[in-house]
Design a protein. Structure first.
Length: 311
């Protein structure tokens, strides 16, 4: 790992600990570097010196995992290819937010940025309801306010209806005219929800039991399994599927499974064909392939996992 990135990860890790977060190990070969939790806030983090170096395929995996865990994906970095990241500005790379170290520090202390860097400059989200409320209070028509702010009537209409973002200069003019803050903070820590249904692996025995199964490639696990029933309170499961791994390899894989299960409040398990293995490997439940096929439903399967924890 690049020494500058390694130092940056250590800095972020230390900061999270100081601010009361529980953090996972650092996973150098994974699409994410670490997972951190503070109460209900779960962060899935990638730390980079240059945010433009992030791998799009890795980001897609980060988004899938965040969606399953209701986590907030965040990129933290120092610069783009062209310039340093500015404080209190949110950038975006492949659909997830990216911020500077200072901005991240501010956010975990409850101070959220307002400015979004996008093509063409820096923009803010206008609180359209508040804008209309204050415009009415000052008895200004759309055209009146547009003329004073040196924009079109249509632009003010679009601000009020949340159709467009405003450039910083226009927002400042409007706030000066109305003598009030009319911009929204950007909640970077909002849990990620995919705008489309995430494809799940339907051709496996977990799916037949009623789990939505999301396979992963660049993580310390093979898949995530989530009960499809929206009324279920069960957390997602972290799975390592049978790939003819030897006991030495499985013991190594048990370490991150324990670590990530602790941070995400999830259970994890191995699915293994080999009958010689015991019911758990270093505390991680082992489910034999035939047991998986014979389980009645998700409830039956989850019960089996809980019975075998730490045996």
């Amino acid at each position: 790992m690049d020494m500058n990135r390694n130092k940056l990860i250590q800095e972020i890790n230390q900061l999270l600990h100081i601010e009361g977060f529980q953090t996972s190990h650092v996973y150098e070969q994974s699409c994410f570097d670490m997972i951190a939790r503070r109460k209900l806030l779960l962060l899935l983090m990638k730390v980079l010196v240059n945010i433009d170096s992030v791998n799009e395929t890795h980001v897609e995996e980060i988004k899938k995992i965040s969606d399953v865990f209701l986590a907030s994906p965040v990129l933290v970095g120092l610069k783009t290819r062209s310039y340093p990241l500015e404080e209190d500005v949110v950038y975006e790379r492949h659909g997830i937010p990216a911020v500077s170290v200072e901005t991240f520090k501010n956010m975990i202390n409850g101070e959220y940025p307002e400015v979004l860097a996008d093509r063409g400059g820096y923009f803010v989200n206008i609180n359209g309801n508040l804008l209309k409320e204050f415009r009415d209070e000052y008895s200004l028509s759309l055209k009146d306010l547009a003329d004073i702010a040196h924009v079109s009537r249509e632009t003010i209409y679009n601000y009020e209806n949340g159709k467009v973002k405003a450039n910083i200069e226009t927002a400042m003019v409007l706030e000066e005219i109305l003598n009030t803050k009319i911009t929204f903070d950007i909640d970077v820590f909002e849990p990620y929800q995919s705008p489309e249904e995430i494809p799940t692996n339907k051709n496996n025995d977990l799916a037949k039991l009623g789990f939505g199964v999301v396979s992963t490639n660049k993580t310390p696990f093979d898949a995530l399994a989530k009960v499809n029933d929206t009324k279920s309170a069960e957390s997602p499961l972290i799975a390592n599927m049978d790939k003819n791994r030897n006991i030495k390899t499985l013991k190594k894989m048990a370490v991150p499974l324990k670590d990530l299960s602790l941070i995400t409040s999830s259970d994890s398990f191995f699915v293994i064909k080999n009958e010689k293995f015991k019911e758990s490997i270093d505390g991680i439940p082992v489910i034999k392939s035939w047991e998986l096929k014979e389980a009645d439903d998700t409830t039956d399967f989850i019960k089996m996992i809980k019975e075998r924890k730490d045996t």
